[in-house]
Write a protein that binds this ligand. Structure first.
Ligand code: IMP
Ligand code: MG
Length: 183
């Protein structure tokens, strides 16, 4: 795993290793195995960013949940547009279901807030949120995820699903934007 990478105009440095990411995801899977096994949960993974988190997590569950995918986006470049585009793909019957939303990152919380409200309209029994990374300091909506991989600082990250201009999603580690202020 290289320690530094360049994507277009930006330099990134390794922040969380693949080993550490997988270990955290397996720990979340362990908790879900205890807490959700008997609840017939429906997992909803938010595309594009959560595909690797969802894959690693779901492969470590010891029960047989339903899994679906939705797509929504609010981001351009390295800063939030603050506006969520339409939700694509929520076709499941969510009535009386225990829904678990899977996200790659919660930044301002605007996206997950939008999705939670949308899911609520379908009258599920419960909604839980699992996110690989959580920029708690960047929140502008009151979001309190049930399962958190890493609390991360308010800096731009790529890798393990997270992109910069659609690139870097396939990196095995999570990299952070290099800070040149002290260089
Ligand atoms: P929010 O609506 O501000 O919480 O942003 C959520 C979405 O913005 C995520 O699902 C990501 O697609 C994107 N995002 C936020 N922070 C980052 C980051 O550091 N790197 C890459 N994408 C990010
Ligand atoms: Mg996303």
């Amino acid at each position: 795993m290289s320690r530094e990478i360049q994507i277009k105009d930006k330099e990134f440095e390794l922040f969380i290793t693949e080993e550490k990411i997988r270990e955290r995801i397996h720990r979340i899977a362990g908790r879900m195995n205890r807490e959700l096994k008997d609840k017939n949960p429906l997992f909803i993974a938010v595309l594009n960013g959560s595909f690797l988190f969802a894959a690693e997590l779901l492969r470590h569950l010891n029960f047989l949940p339903e899994i679906s995918f939705v797509k929504l986006s609010s981001y351009r470049g390295t800063s939030s547009t603050g506006e969520v585009n339409d939700l694509i793909g929520l076709n499941e019957d969510l009535r009386a279901r225990n829904v678990v939303i899977l996200e790659d990152i919660i930044d301002t919380g605007i996206t997950i807030d939008f999705l939670i409200k949308d899911v609520k309209r379908h009258n599920p029994s419960s909604i839980k949120v699992a996110t690989l990374t959580f920029k708690k300091q960047a929140l502008v909506k009151p979001v309190d995820p049930d399962y958190i991989g890493f609390e991360v600082p308010n800096t731009f990250l790529v890798g393990f699903g997270l992109d910069y201009d659609q690139l870097g999603r396939n990196l095995n580690g999570i990299y952070k934007l290099k800070d040149h202020r002290n260089a």
